[in-house]
Design a protein around this ligand. Structure first.
Ligand code: ATP
Length: 214
């Protein structure tokens, strides 16, 4: 069972790394494929280039032999949508292999705004990790997403292994109230972001003078 973890990673931090690491043990994944976004459709232009965000993800994941990095979205000329990336992976991989899209609770709550979002359920499962400040509960989800969640939610992660796609599970990870926004703000105001993200990533940020302006 392969985990797929997309994000802006602007920059990658320990919240992301623990999410991927704990997903492997909670869900029984063989590995996690990290997929940094190219030009994210959901947000303004990030302060650093897609190649720099990719470089930071490569540095932070290099020593984990269950982490792999997929640069296709960064390499693409235009914005990539998750549904298209999943369709590409489906073409590349065995059609019966379960694929598990990993998302934090905040990202999941926005799922019904994603391009062709309902098709995602025919391509992959979704595993939602708890994140401080973002409860995973039906009442806080938009109606159409709450309906899908109610229909597809499974309590036991073992349910993911017996179908290629279409199920939703939640998992409790170590709660780390770290965000890339907070890290960018700290660096822009000259404060320390140390111990919120791996040292090699911080070194890269310093060498390339990233996030200096607010
Ligand atoms: P920003 O602050 O710039 O919005 P972010 O820290 O939320 O960034 P993203 O790259 O947008 O990071 O997130 C990628 C994925 O990681 C999303 O699914 C998000 O929910 C999840 N995620 C990010 N930080 C955490 C965290 N501290 N705990 C759990 N999940 C997280």
């Amino acid at each position: 069972m392969l985990g797929l973890f997309g994000g802006t990673f602007d920059p990658v931090h320990f919240g992301h790394l623990r999410l991927a690491e704990e997903a492997i043990s909670h869900l029984g994944l063989s590995s996690v494929r990290w997929i940094p976004a190219g030009q994210p459709p959901h947000r303004g232009t990030p302060q650093v280039t897609p190649q720099q965000r990719l470089a930071m993800v490569l540095r932070s994941t290099a020593k984990n032999d269950r982490f792999f990095v997929d640069s296709a979205e960064v390499d693409a000329e235009r914005a990539s949508y998750t549904v298209e990336t999943l369709a590409r992976l489906r073409r590349e991989l065995d059609s019966t292999q379960p694929l598990v899209l990993l998302v934090g609770a905040d990202a999941f709550a926005g799922l019904s705004t994603w391009h062709r979002w309902r098709e995602i359920f025919s391509l992959a499962h979704i595993a939602v990790s708890h994140r401080p400040g973002f409860p995973v509960e039906l009442a806080s989800l938009p109606h159409e997403l709450a309906t899908e969640f109610a229909d597809r939610h499974q309590l036991d992660a073992a349910a993911l292994n017996v179908a290629p796609a279409g199920r939703i599970v939640t998992f409790a990870m170590t709660q780390l109230a770290i965000s890339a926004t907070q890290i960018r703000k700290l660096i822009a105001s000259g404060k320390s972001a140390r111990y919120l993200l791996p040292d090699p990533v911080l070194d890269y940020i310093q060498t390339h003078q990233l996030y200096k302006s607010p």
